[in-house]
Design a protein around this ligand. Structure first.
Ligand code: PMP
Length: 302
């Protein structure tokens, strides 16, 4: 997906021009994938630009960095403040933010000890991630990374080859997005989204264990409870998913995306999808600042 550059990128405490925010070839993370990153959205609301769940995303960035022993030389608050300042300087009203921390130049070999630690934040305008209003999903022949192979609940750069490979596979077959099963054959998540199904008015989503603990997943679970739906986190199989009344994916980039087809099977209630529509409406009320209960999730750029 081609993106439109903004003017500045924050890198190691300084604002650099987009074109100058580069890294050296001998950058540890480029070779071995031991970096961590986040994806955050910011929205144009009636009260100005607002970042959704900034502190929670930065907290997860620090958690993921900690998993690979990477000590970010800033506090979470400093990184949040730098994000706000970046949006202010770039004057972008809505879009996507990419904080990233990595092991830098001059150290090779798998042990990153002693390598310099770098951190940067970029942002750019970004519309819908999955272009269609409803999507067709294919189960990948690759499984989601095994939770005993890596700390699969962290957002580590190298983990994403698993997703890239699955996306390449399903796009080749003409589908919009990949679905992973876990190592036990349970439904896990999308390449960059969590998954929910609705059955008889109950929302069911895979329990944590093999998936990323998505912040949109968390938001949707809260909103569903507010709307009076029962939410269950449990293991389930593809056969259950095929029989669901509604299925949708959730993620920062994708937001809430209704699924029409999974592996050639049409989801019965994809067109009406009353629960998905209600949740989408509720989510929009949160990100626009209309729902005051969740105003703590919005950081306004003044
Ligand atoms: N799973 C994976 C593998 C992801 O990359 C993402 C995107 N961060 C998600 C789920 C959704 O997480 P969130 O709602 O926090 O963006």
């Amino acid at each position: 997906m081609k993106l439109t550059p903004t003017k500045y990128i924050w890198m190691d405490g300084k604002f650099k021009l987009w074109k100058d925010a580069t890294v050296h070839l001998i950058t540890h993370t480029l070779h071995y994938g031991a970096g961590s990153f986040e994806g955050i959205r910011f929205y144009d609301t009636p009260n100005g630009t607002a970042v959704f769940r900034l502190q929670d995303h930065i907290k997860r960035l620090f958690y993921s960095s900690g998993v690979i022993g990477l000590k970010i030389p800033f506090t979470q608050k400093q990184v949040c403040d730098a994000t706000v300042e970046l949006l202010r300087k770039n004057k972008t009203k809505s879009g996507y933010i990419r904080p990233i921390s990595w092991y830098g130049e001059g150290h090779m070999g798998l042990d990153p000890s002693g390598a310099p630690v770098n951190i940067a934040i970029a942002c750019w305008p970004w519309g819908a991630y999955l272009a269609a209003e409803t999507i067709r999903v294919m189960t990948s022949s690759f499984i989601r990374i095994h939770p005993k192979s890596t700390r699969s609940d962290a957002k580590i750069n190298g983990h994403y080859f698993n997703s890239v490979e699955a996306v390449l596979e399903v796009k080749k077959a003409g589908y919009d997005e990949a679905l992973f099963l876990d190592f036990e054959g349970n439904v896990a998540e999308g390449s960059g989204e969590n998954i929910f199904m609705v059955k008889n008015g109950v929302l069911i989503t895979p329990a944590l264990g093999s998936i990323l603990s998505g912040l949109t997943r968390d938001a949707v679970m809260s909103l569903a409870k507010d709307l009076g739906y029962k939410v269950v986190e449990k293991k389930f199989k593809l056969a259950d998913l095929y029989k669901a009344d509604e299925v949708f994916l959730t993620g920062t980039a994708a937001e809430i995306v209704p699924v029409r087809v999974i592996d050639k099977k049409t989801i019965a209630g994809w067109k009406e999808r009353p629960v998905t529509r209600a949740l989408d409406k509720a989510f929009k009320a949160v990100i626009s600042g209309e729902n005051r209960k969740y105003k703590k999730w919005l950081t306004y750029i003044k």
